[in-house]
Design a protein around this ligand. Structure first.
Ligand code: ZN
Ligand code: ZN
Length: 82
């Protein structure tokens, strides 16, 4: 673990690196490399951390977690027109 001391907007922060990478919250084995893009309302997305193996990738470069892959494929995912 390596920690850096820094200041941002007058606040002192300690940023540590070198910890374990986030793991997929579904299989808990592989490193999380994707975030679920399923909309959960309020302009937010699920953002579940998951590995490429657990993610369901839709056309358009959207990924869904196992909890959300039952959603209709044609959802207006992350529509910029919201
Ligand atoms: Zn996984
Ligand atoms: Zn999700």
């Amino acid at each position: 673990m390596h920690c850096d001391f820094t200041q941002v907007d007058g606040l002192s922060l300690i940023i540590c690196r070198g910890g374990s990478r986030p793991k997929c919250k579904f299989c808990r084995k592989r490193p999380a490399t994707k975030l679920c893009d399923a909309p959960v309302g309020g302009g937010h997305t699920c953002d579940a951390q998951m590995c490429s193996h657990c993610a369901v990738t839709l056309s358009g470069d959207k990924d869904l977690c196992p909890d959300h892959r039952v959603l209709p494929i044609q959802l207006p995912l992350l529509g910029d027109a919201a």
